[in-house]
Ligand binder design. Sequence first.
Ligand SMILES: NC(=O)c1ccc[n+]([C@@H]2O[C@H](COP(=O)([O-])OP(=O)(O)OC[C@H]3O[C@@H](n4cnc5c(N)ncnc54)[C@H](O)[C@@H]3O)[C@@H](O)[C@H]2O)c1
Length: 457
Amino acid sequence: MTLVAQSCTPFLNRIATPAYARPAKSTGQYLFSTTYQVSSGRIARTFSSKTVQPNMNKIRVAVVGIGGYGQTYVNQFLQGDVANAELVAGIDLAPERYRRLDEMKAAGTAVYTSLGEFLDNDSADLIAIASPIHLHCEHTSQALERGINVLCEKPLTGSIEEAEQMLRAEQASGKFVAIGYQWSFAPAILNLKADIAAGKFGRPLSFRCLSCWPRPVSYYQRNNWAGRIRTEDGRPVLDSPAANAHAHHLHNMLYLLGPKTAESDFPARLTAELYRANDIQNFDFGAFRILTENKVEIVFLSGHSLQYRLGPIFHAAFEEADISYAPYGNSGSWLARMKDGSVKDYGIGSSDKLAVCIEAVRSNGEVPCGIRAAAAHVTVICGALESMPQIKAIPAESKTVIKSEDSELVTVNHLEEVMTQCYEMGLLPSEIGGVEWAASGKEVDMSKRGRMFREAR
Ligand SMILES: NC(=O)c1ccc[n+]([C@@H]2O[C@H](COP(=O)([O-])OP(=O)(O)OC[C@H]3O[C@@H](n4cnc5c(N)ncnc54)[C@H](O)[C@@H]3O)[C@@H](O)[C@H]2O)c1
């Protein structure tokens, strides 16, 4: 496996960050949760179309999944970072998983061990749902039935059918469902998206993204659904790097190419290569080529079974401009370079999505990223498994296991170079030549999947 080592090393050096020096406990998975610098009210007002009196009371918020990512929201409340709202309940099957539980209770927040128990005893104006992927549809539908707005975590869900069910539940309720892709709530992305939709850069031609963050074995052991296609009782999860940690980056390309604010471009055709190095059901690294409805070719490379962190790094070619994003530490900048040499810097993609949703409840406004925008990502994730239903297992001789104090990391030898070369060439691993474990998927027609979302536009 010598093919790529020399050719892309300078490029790789620029984008790779040694990541597995960290203890397994802090895997850095909450990358986007630390930098909040957006004036949320401004965003919510931008999308507000109805003339209804604003709610001047404090918005009552409940959070599901406080033992996992949901703690990000509770921490915001405990730090006094949330304006015009109060945290009425923290909900989790195992609330003791939240390290600041006593502090939360002392602040007057009630604790429930199921969403049903909370809904039977109390209510809220907004529920932030950070439960496992296979529960997003059920929990969102339960909240909507009680007339409560929802901020549900990404990915939307694990199947197109459930995504459609969620849209029907939202339409019947008259409330909103926001999907927690924080970049899609950020002025940088929303301004860039508006300029793309206005045709400022000409027609989009191609979009690429490379995004790989190492995840140790303990990442897959933290619950009973990580790395699974279906739960033990048969619910669709489709958890993978492309559906979870790097879902942001895949969704972001589809979202930026969408014709209107809360819409994404959808896949028409798709080819995927899916590989597993860990002992899991689903893939732990993969490569997708997507031809979108609007005839843009997307190449997306993501994974966890490597030693060094790569990206996220993006490049989009338009008729009149190149748009790119490269990371600097935990942030980066979106730049548009016009053919005449001028450059527009859109800034970074972070946002306070909770504040945007609170403001949308208060002002009866709309949210920039909801079910219709997030459904394109689910369609791609389902299509990837149709393209390559038999995930290719990486042979033992192509893997190295790196041990740490409390876990171990399964890596594929030279994967950093393979993925980087794929990114530079816009190809999938089986197409660059010389990758002994590579295997190709079949091209699938996705143009008739998720019709409800395409027609709702
Ligand atoms: N936006 C982001 O940057 C970001 C980052 C990480 C995770 N997430 C998303 O958050 C969601 C949860 O991921 P995670 O990594 O925190 O998972 P996790 O398994 O670590 O945590 C989930 C929590 O939900 C609780 N839970 C499970 N079943 C429940 C039920 N029926 N009712 C109430 N609580 C229940 C568990 O006890 C656990 O505390 C996923 O959708 C994931 O993609 C988003």
